[in-house]
Design a binder for this molecule. Structure first.
Ligand SMILES: O=P(O)(O)OC[C@H]1O[C@H](O)[C@H](O)[C@@H](O)[C@@H]1O
Length: 351
């Protein structure tokens, strides 16, 4: 059961209008003496429907039903771990530049569909009672979570003629961690296999991309999108950023860290079922060409995208794929934990 605890009826925006500022919901007002609602549905930017998750510490996650897109993940001090461009357009059918857009059923230009697929241009629904998730991902102890669902439309059927269900569970942990569990099921109506690629385009908020280090992808093979997707490898202790980057790293480890010395924190991303990982930053010249990206904003953004690219996922009729990405923040100026040296486990497929 979806743990909705808003003041209006589920799905009704009217009654909740104006009652959904993050500060208020996070219990930061003096008069707010009860625990904040763990889940609220309310108007977001440009009136788009937004789900606001809040935990007892006052951390928040905001998810738009448009695109099923996480647009904010704030710690208890109100600092956003995710980057959102000041020039982002919240006007459908445009995609929103920042947060965590979802690429499905195609990542980038790896296929004949529109770049990065159509899921991020579609409006998802809240699912109150979703089918069971893999046993290894039990129902969260926290009430701060939501299940979203996207189904095919006439438009998607024309270009991607399969019957599928795309689900997303978004969990804000008691400690402020963010977990995202995407699932795709081939609904079997066509009695044939379906293939897709996928990515969660996580735009991290960093102090200065030129000062951060990234550990976990060094010495991995990648396709260089800036060089005709040529396959290459670089050796070194960690990755640093000095110019435009757009690389799809292949068969990457399950744990990747972005170390931000100036912010005195490290983002650690744990991923399962998403073997590849894309890094993107447009740098100055490309940034100027993007209408929804500020000229200097590339400095404060690093886009790290757990993905399925090299081997598109094939689902037999009735099969379901489940992935999981767990985002954490370590408050320190360096990352001292061991990174997982092994290759990722195979994507989880369940019949
Ligand atoms: O501009 P978008 O469609 O949002 O894509 C933003 C970026 O996403 C991915 O990282 C691709 O590899 C890049 O080539 C692309 O520029």
């Amino acid at each position: 059961m979806w743990p909705f605890k808003g003041k209006g009826k589920e799905g009704e925006l009217g009654e909740l209008a104006g009652s959904c500022s993050s500060d208020k919901a996070a219990g930061k007002e003096a008069a707010f003496d009860t625990d904040p609602d763990p889940v609220l549905l309310c108007p977001g930017p440009n009136g788009l429907q937004k789900v606001l998750l809040t935990n007892a510490k006052g951390c928040t996650v905001e998810i738009l039903l448009y695109g099923g897109q996480i647009i904010s993940w704030k710690d208890e001090y109100g600092e956003d771990c995710l980057f959102m461009s000041k020039k982002a357009s919240f006007t459908p059918p445009k995609a929103i530049r920042g947060g965590i857009p979802i690429c499905f059923p195609q990542f980038g230009t790896y296929g004949h569909l529109e770049t990065n697929g159509f899921a991020k241009h579609m409006t998802w629904t809240i699912e109150e009672d979703p089918p069971k998730i893999l046993q290894k991902y039990p129902t969260p102890k926290t009430k701060s979570f939501v299940d979203l669902l996207l189904l095919p439309s006439q438009n998607t059927n024309r270009i991607y003629p399969y019957t599928w269900e795309l689900r997303l569970r978004v969990i804000l942990g008691q400690n402020g961690n963010l977990t995202v569990i995407p699932r795709v099921r081939n609904m079997n109506l066509e009695k044939r296999d379906m293939m897709f690629t996928f990515a969660l385009q996580a735009h991290f908020n960093v102090s200065d991309v030129g000062e951060v280090r990234l550990e976990g992808l060094e010495a991995m093979d990648y396709y260089d999108h800036l060089n005709n997707n040529a396959r290459a490898t670089e050796y070194g202790d960690a990755l640093i950023f000095e110019k435009e980057v757009d690389k799809a790293y292949l068969e990457t480890p399950g744990k990747i860290a972005i170390i931000d010395h100036a912010k005195r924190r490290t983002y650690v991303v744990f991923k399962e079922g998403l073997p590849d990982c894309v890094l993107w930053n447009p740098w100055d010249k490309q940034a100027k060409k993007l209408p929804d990206f500020g000229d200097k904003e590339f400095r404060n953004m690093l886009c790290l995208q757990p993905a399925i690219i090299e081997r598109p996922l094939k689902l037999k009729p009735g099969q379901e794929w489940t992935g999981r990405v767990h985002f954490t923040v370590v408050n320190s100026s360096y990352f001292s934990g061991p990174l997982q040296p092994t290759r990722p486990s195979k994507p989880s497929i369940d019949s």
